[in-house]
Design a protein around this ligand. Structure first.
Ligand code: ACO
Length: 427
C-alpha cells in the first residue's frame, strides 16, 4: 500500500506520497504542494529538505556509516586507489583493470594547462588566498575549453570529465608552488594519479625527487575520504549551478568557492590555527580543556564533534592511523603536532567529551597530516577541493543525466508592502 503523509491546514487536508530510499529512508514528496495548496515550505539551511534523489553516497551519522555507491568507506580507503574511487563515484561501478588503465591514460593526456593560464596565475599577488586563486583559475579554464557538453553524447561527457580530472591537479600543484615560491612544473607521465600529484607538489628545484610511499599512501587516503559527502554546501552549489546547464568547469569553480568558507572546507585550517594559538600561549592543554568545557566561554576544541556524525566519524578512524605513520616516518619534531597528540589523549579520556560523544573528526587529523607534509595552512582547503572533485563531477553528471529542473527555491517575503515612490528632493 502506498505510504502517505497528510497535511491539514485551514480546515483542508492534502495527502502526499512518501518516497523510500534503498536504505529505507523516508521523505515526503511535496512536488505538488504549491500547485495543490498555494503553500510553500520554509526551511532555512535546507536541514529538512531533500533536494534530489541520489544513488552516489549513503551516510548515516548516528551509526557512523559512509558508503560510496554501496561500498564502505573503510574498504575503499584501505584497499583502493583514489582514481578507482573517482571512477566508482562518477560512473557507478568499480573499474576493471582495463577501464582504470584507460581512465588514467586519458586523464594524463589532458594533464597540461594552456601556457596563457600561467600568466593569470603569475599576476596574482603572493598574498592571495590559494582557494581564491584556484577558483579563479578553474573559472579561467572555461575560456580555454569553451565547448559546453552535450549531455546526450557519452563521449563528450567523458572527455569533459577526464579533462578536468587531468587539469585540476596541475592547478592545485601550481597554486601550492606559487604560494611556496617554487617554479611551476609538470608531473611525470609514467606515474599514477596520486603519486604524480605528490611529485608535482613536493619536487624541489635543487634536488632529485624521491617518492615517499607513506606520504603517497596518506595522500591517497585523504583524497578518498574527502571525495564525496552527499548534498553538502559545495556539492549542492555544483548541482544548482549545473542545473542552469552551466558547464562542468564553471560548476566546479563555484563548488570551490563554496568549499572555501570556514564553516565548510576551512575546518582543518581552524584546527591547526587553534593548535598554534595554544602553543603561543604556552602550550597548557589543561587550560584549553577547561575553556572548552566552560559554558560561559565561546571556545570550542576545533576538530572535535561533528554535525552529522554523532557517535564517531568513520573517516577519522581511518586517517588517525595514517597521521601516526606519517609523523613517525617523516620524523617530524613540531611542538604544534605534540600539542595535537596531547589534546587528543586528554579529550578521549575526559568525561565531558566522552559523555557527549565528541571525538576527533576527519579534519583534526587531515590538518595534522597536511602540516607534517609541509603544506601551508591556507592551502589545506585546496587539497580538500582536489579530493572532492570526483564527488562534484559525479553529482553534476547525475543531476544532468536525471534531467533535473533548474534549482530555484522560493521565499516568504517579509519586506515592505507596496508604497508610493518619493522623489529625491522630498526624502
Ligand atoms: N568543544 C567543546 N564542546 C563541544 C564541542 C567542542 N568542539 N562540540 C560540541 N560541544 C558540546 C556542546 O557545547 C554541547 O554541550 P551541551 O550538551 O552541554 O550544551 C554538546 O557538545 C553538543 O554539541 P552541539 O553543539 O549540539 O553539536 P552540534 O551538532 O551543534 O555541533 C559541531 C557540531 C559544530 C561540529 C561542533 O561539535 C563544533 O563546533 N566542533 C568544533 C568545530 C569543528 O571541528 N568543526 C568541523 C566539523 S567537520 C565538518 O563539518 C567538515
Amino acid at each position: 500500500m502506498e505510504k502517505l503523509a497528510k497535511l491539514s491546514y485551514d480546515g483542508k487536508s492534502v495527502e502526499f506520497p512518501l518516497v523510500e530510499g534503498t536504505e529505507n529512508e523516508l521523505g515526503i514528496d511535496i512536488k505538488t504542494l504549491r500547485a495543490a495548496t498555494n503553500l510553500i515550505t520554509l526551511d532555512p539551511g535546507f536541514k529538512n529538505t531533500g533536494s534530489c534523489q541520489s544513488a552516489i553516497t549513503f551516510l548515516n551519522g548516528e551509526k557512523g556509516v559512509l558508503r560510496y555507491r554501496g561500498y564502505d568507506i573503510e574498504d575503499l580507503a584501505n584497499n583502493a586507489d583514489f582514481l578507482e574511487v573517482a571512477y566508482l563515484l562518477i560512473f557507478g561501478e568499480l573499474p576493471t583493470q582495463e577501464q582504470l588503465d584507460k581512465f588514467l591514460v586519458d586523464i594524463k593526456e589532458e594533464s597540461f594547462i594552456d601556457e596563457d593560464l600561467k600568466k593569470i596565475l603569475e599576476s596574482f599577488p603572493s598574498s592571495a588566498h590559494p582557494m581564491g586563486v584556484l577558483s579563479s583559475l578553474t573559472s579561467a579554464l572555461t575560456a580555454f575549453n569553451p565547448k559546453t557538453v552535450d549531455i546526450e553524447d557519452e563521449e563528450q561527457l567523458y572527455r569533459a570529465i577526464v579533462r578536468i580530472m587531468g587539469k585540476l591537479p596541475v592547478l592545485v600543484a601550481w597554486v601550492y608552488r606559487k604560494k611556496s615560491g617554487l617554479p611551476l612544473k609538470y608531473g611525470d607521465y609514467a606515474l599514477g594519479y596520486v603519486e604524480n600529484i605528490a611529485r608535482m607538489m613536493f619536487r624541489k628545484p635543487n634536488k632529485e625527487y624521491v617518492a615517499n610511499h607513506i606520504v603517497d599512501q596518506a595522500l591517497n587516503k585523504l583524497l578518498i575520504l574527502h571525495a564525496e559527502h552527499e548534498q553538502n554546501c559545495s556539492t549542492s552549489t555544483v548541482r544548482v549551478v549545473g542545473s542552469s546547464h552551466a558547464g562542468l568547469f564553471a560548476s566546479v569553480a563555484a563548488g570551490i568557492s563554496a568549499l572555501w568558507g570556514p564553516l565548510h572546507g576551512g575546518a582543518n585550517q581552524a584546527v591547526v590555527e587553534m593548535l598554534e594559538d595554544i602553543r603561543q600561549d604556552g602550550g597548557d592543554i589543561n587550560k584549553y580543556m577547561k575553556k572548552a568545557k566552560d559554558k560561559s566561554d565561546p571556545f570550542r576544541l576545533m576538530g572535535f564533534g561533528h554535525r552529522v556524525y554523532k557517535n564517531f566519524d568513520p573517516r577519522a578512524r581511518i586517517i588517525k592511523k595514517s597521521a601516526n605513520e606519517v609523523l613517525e616516518d617523516l620524523g617530524i619534531v613540531d611542538p604544534v603536532l605534540d600539542i595535537a597528540k596531547k589534546l587528543e589523549e586528554a579529550a578521549l579520556s575526559d568525561p565531558y567529551f566522552v559523555e557527549r560523544k565528541l571525538y576527533p573528526n576527519v579534519d583534526f587529523y587531515s590538518g595534522i597530516i597536511y602540516r607534517a607534509m609541509g603544506i601551508s595552512t591556507e592551502t589545506f582547503t585546496v587539497m580538500f577541493a582536489l579530493g572532492r572533485l570526483p564527488g562534484w563531477i559525479a553529482q553534476w553528471r547525475e543531476m544532468r543525466l536525471n534531467k533535473e529542473p533548474i534549482g530555484r527555491p522560493r521565499q516568504i517575503y517579509v519586506g515592505k508592502n507596496q508604497r508610493p515612490f518619493v522623489p529625491l528632493n522630498k526624502r
